[in-house]
Design a protein around this ligand. Structure first.
Ligand code: 4AD
Ligand code: MG
Length: 430
């Protein structure tokens, strides 16, 4: 007898099959029992008729509890009213484990409780939908770059130096040396871009963000392309294209999950290139007009980004921030050296920054000067300086935070739901 996944049931209409999964929900009405079986690929209603079982068997099935593991045998039948379009007439079943006291019930639970039970919470339809979308987003990122001839080159997680400032470094022992968990693969991407031309890395990155916000995780995933000979404008186009590609993929392949989340899909459908481009100067003026205290020269806080991103229905590209507030490696604008050739992409609906990037300093002396100004010791950056000694050329790239993109697409209130096991300021369990 074929063992089938719920998502494939349509190919087995009228044939006796076995499904293996967990009891998602259940109700009975005297002669009939209705079991919602989930197996990770879908949910199907299984109907057991009293007349087909011994009284003991029927009683056992009646007592089966939520999240018990169970195998059910029967024939699938088309049923327009059921969610997957099919129902299963139960001929037999085997309970692998009768679950007692499953902590997450259909009633409302508080976030702290759900986070404590994150390992179980993942089974709920909402969390399931979010993580299916996450998978689609990650696959879309890879396809987008692969289709354009990029090479995926993985960058290390243990690193000897800081990329994004020394205040958010996670320090660890590396035998008799100090090491830091990577904040970004960018510096290594710059080396591999000189070897492969167009590269990207895609992996977990780590930041000891000491403030508790809905936009920060300690461990998050980033996809980072880097292109030799690219300019700021090139990298902005690449970023715009990536976002459109991801949206298109999710809208075509994960519509059902967006519906589970009750996402307003039309808002996402309306987004199309070109995205508005706003200089930092213009952004500051807009923020001031909207009541922000920000002055030229300051970095945007979460509230400032929200102000801007609420004013647009599509992502906005804010470019040319003051060099002062940005990382040491940013290339100054030759026309206006006080600003950097950089871009932040802010997602709409108040979500704020999802991408940061720009052109990198390619001149040896200027890079050396900046490292010193930022109080960074030169020795661990020797290899990075080498890239400016041996065939240096302009180059640019960016990093996109995967959880930020998912939070926006799924309209989540907090990043913690965008990853299976979030690492947050006060929680490392489970
Ligand atoms: O703007 P950031 O700091 O840029 C970089 O790390 C560059 N080195 C990337 C590059 O050019 N290759 O971070 C990039 C993105 C942000 O736009 C945001 O989406 C995400 O990473 N991000 C975080 N996501 C979740 N939690 C955090 N603590 C994050 N910090 C940054
Ligand atoms: Mg940034």
């Amino acid at each position: 007898m074929p063992v089938v996944y719920v998502e494939n049931v349509n190919a087995y209409e009228g044939i006796e099959i076995t499904l293996r999964g967990w009891v998602y929900n259940k109700r009975s009405s005297g002669k009939l029992q209705f079991i919602l079986l989930r197996d990770g690929t879908g949910i199907i209603q299984c109907v057991a008729f009293k007349g087909n079982f011994s009284p003991e068997q029927f009683e056992t099935l009646d007592k089966v509890t939520q999240e018990s593991s169970i195998e059910i045998t029967g024939k699938a039948r088309k049923d327009a009213r059921s969610p997957g379009g099919y129902e299963l007439d139960v001929a037999g079943f085997r309970i692998l484990q009768q679950t007692e006291n499953y902590p997450i019930t259909p009633k409302e639970h508080g976030t702290a409780f759900l986070m404590e039970n994150r390992h179980l919470w993942l089974r709920s339809s909402r969390q399931h939908a979010i993580l299916k979308i996450r998978h689609e987003v990650m696959k879309a990122c890879r396809d987008y770059f692969d289709d354009q001839g990029f090479t995926l080159v993985d960058t290390p997680i243990f690193t000897p130096n800081a990329c994004e400032g020394t205040t958010t470094l996670f320090e660890t022992e590396y035998f008799d040396q100090k090491a830091y968990l990577t904040q970004s693969g960018q510096l290594y991407n710059e080396a591999t871009a000189a070897a492969f031309g167009k590269v990207y890395c895609f992996g977990p990155t780590f930041r000891a963000e000491k403030s508790k916000t809905r936009r920060h995780l300690m461990e998050f995933w980033m996809v980072e392309p880097e292109v030799a000979y690219a300019s700021l404008e090139d990298t902005m186009q690449l970023a715009e294209g990536l976002i459109c590609f991801i949206l298109d993929r999710v809208l075509t392949r994960r519509r059902a999950q967006l519906e589970v989340l009750e996402r307003d899909i039309s808002v996402l459908e309306r987004i199309s290139p070109p995205f508005p481009r706003l200089s930092y100067d213009e952004a500051v003026k807009r923020m001031q007009a909207a009541g922000s205290e920000i002055q030229w020269g300051g970095d945007f806080g979460g509230g400032d980004e929200t102000l801007i991103s609420e004013q647009f229905t599509s992502p906005v590209m804010v470019h040319r921030y003051p060099s002062e507030v940005k990382a040491f490696y940013m290339q100054p604008d030759p026309e206006r050296p006080e600003v950097a050739l950089c871009v932040d992409v802010l997602a709409p609906e108040g979500y704020g920054e999802i991408i940061g990037g720009g052109q990198r300093i390619h001149d040896y002396d200027l890079l050396m000067k900046r490292l010193k100004e930022h109080g960074l010791s030169i020795e661990p950056f020797q290899w990075y300086l080498d890239l400016r000694k041996f065939g240096t050329a302009p180059h640019a790239g960016f990093g996109m935070g995967i959880e930020r993109v998912i939070a926006w697409i799924c309209k989540l209130t907090h990043l913690r739901e965008a990853i299976a096991f979030p690492r947050t300021l006060y929680r490392i369990y489970p």
